[in-house]
Write a protein that binds this ligand. Structure first.
Ligand SMILES: Nc1nc2c(c(=O)[nH]1)N[C@H]1C(S)=C(S)[C@@H](COP(=O)(O)O)O[C@H]1N2
Ligand SMILES: [Mo]
Length: 440
């Protein structure tokens, strides 16, 4: 089947926006009137509501009181994540957990499940695979099945369809947000991720395209919106409903997977058991975990996750550039923050670089504060893969505090800048990170 739409959202974002403003957005838990009471524009609301989390939240930049943080999304949640969070592997940030980069030292291409980062808007639900159903409905399917009478598939049905495996990277759009404040003195509300809200895994499942065709996909379909079965997300006193975000049909049919295995094991509870969406190359929110309902629509769909969050809001950006899709270039050393390094010997520095635009082609390292850069050695096995491992030998000149920096260039020529472009919600940090170490 061929579809006229490109696999990016920008093409029909204008239509989405006009439908939104005309009050035609369907499936939104928040009435448009309510949005306008809360803030005078979507951008203003967006500035206070995203990924609100008591850890590292900076003062509201636009002066709209978001109200108390509700229990459903607060940080007390000792039980929001099921898997253990061992020191040196994962660090809790509210209802989320960030991977410690030293936990990747000496690892292969994938991040083992026990240290893969977790981003939960609320908490991990414990679902029963036998009772679970994928429920497809909407005007983009033959006969336009309704939400109450959807086309259903069980776990075994999916397992019986042709399986595919893909090694793909998932990264939160807010990964690196901490450095807007720490390096650039710019505030951004939301989870204060360092660089550990990223991971690569081998995902096995069935293509979303296959399931859509089984469900009776028609040529009229333009958007596909998977919805999670985790609790509804309440923020700033507003219930935004279940976590969901539309995908344009072009991307949905391209390389999106409904995954039931991660690195050879059944999908862990925290990563979406029994089934999650995996959208390679796109910001993490696209990859809906614990998927249940899937709306397939002949008209554009909206959710807070493509309107009030996950756009580059800020001064001079009236339409905030449309819903975010791909990620930017980043690099990380496989070292603890403020690592201790022995003096008087050469050490092999290791790290990884990645980009949503395409493979990383060049990585340069600086080990002092002068602007001297030298090439790192790229691990050949990773050529063209979701991220690029690299190494560089360094003999510290002497004891004391040193700053390590790595900057990558991807296949489109995009290189990490000194300063990342600030945006109100702190997405897509691509700046060169200054990693402190102490030589002893
Ligand atoms: N149902 C549901 N899906 C979700 C989320 C969520 O909170 N609920 N978080 C999203 C975000 S913001 C990210 S970055 C990724 C993180 O995936 P992980 O927790 O498996 O690392 O899941 C996405 N899918
Ligand atoms: Mo995210």
């Amino acid at each position: 089947m061929t579809h006229p739409l490109p696999p990016d959202e920008v093409g029909h974002d204008a239509r989405r926006a006009s439908q939104w403003l005309a009050g035609e957005a369907r499936g939104d838990a928040v009435p448009r009137e309510r949005l306008f009471q809360l803030g005078t524009a979507m951008g203003a609301l967006a500035a206070v509501a995203d990924e609100r989390d008591p850890v590292g939240v900076t003062p509201d930049p636009v002066g709209v009181d978001p109200g108390p943080t509700p229990a459903a999304s607060d940080a007390s949640g000792g039980s929001s994540i099921v898997k253990p969070l061992p020191a040196g592997r994962l660090v809790r940030l509210g209802s989320n957990a960030e991977m410690c980069w030293e936990a990747m030292a000496g690892q292969g291409q994938v991040v083992p499940n026990d240290r893969f980062f977790v981003r939960n808007h609320t908490c991990t639900p414990l679902l029963d695979a036998d009772a679970w159903r994928l429920s497809l409905f909407g005007t983009g399917l033959r006969g336009a099945p309704t939400r109450d009478h959807p086309v259903r598939f069980g776990y075994r049905d999916l397992r019986a369809m042709p399986a595919e495996e893909t090694t793909a990277l998932i990264e939160c759009a807010g990964n690196g947000r901490l450095f807007f404040a720490a390096q650039q003195g710019q505030s951004a509300p939301g989870v204060s991720w360092g660089l550990g809200a990223v991971g690569v895994a081998r995902w096995r499942g069935v293509r979303l395209a296959t399931v859509l065709r089984h469900a009776g996909l028609t040529d009229a379909a333009v958007d596909v919106m998977p919805e999670g079965l985790d609790p509804e997300y309440v923020t700033g006193g507003v219930n935004l409903g279940r976590v969901r975000r539309p995908l344009p049909i072009g991307k949905a049919l391209d390389d999106v997977l409904l995954a039931y295995e991660m690195n050879g094991a059944p999908l862990p509870a925290d990563h979406g058991f029994p089934v999650r969406v995996v959208v390679p190359g796109w910001i993490g929110i696209s990859s809906i975990k614990w998927v249940g309902p899937v709306e397939v629509s002949a008209t554009a769909l909206f959710s807070p996750w493509n309107t009030q969050f996950y756009r580059m809001f800020g001064p001079g950006r009236p339409d905030a550039g449309g819903p975010l899709t791909t990620q930017v270039v980043k690099s990380a050393f496989e070292l603890p923050w403020d690592a201790r390094i022995p003096a008087g010997v050469s050490v092999l520095l290791r790290g990884r670089s990645w980009s949503g635009n395409g493979p990383v082609r060049r990585v340069e390292i600086s080990t002092d504060d002068r602007d001297e850069w030298r090439p790192a050695d790229l691990v050949a096995d990773d050529d063209g893969g979701p991220w690029q491992r690299w190494t560089a030998l360094w003999r510290p000149p002497g004891p004391g505090r040193w700053t390590l920096r790595a900057r990558a260039t991807d296949s489109t020529g995009a290189r990490q800048p000194e300063l990342a472009e600030h945006n109100t919600l702190g997405y897509l940090f691509d700046g060169i990170v200054r990693h402190p170490v102490t030589v002893v």
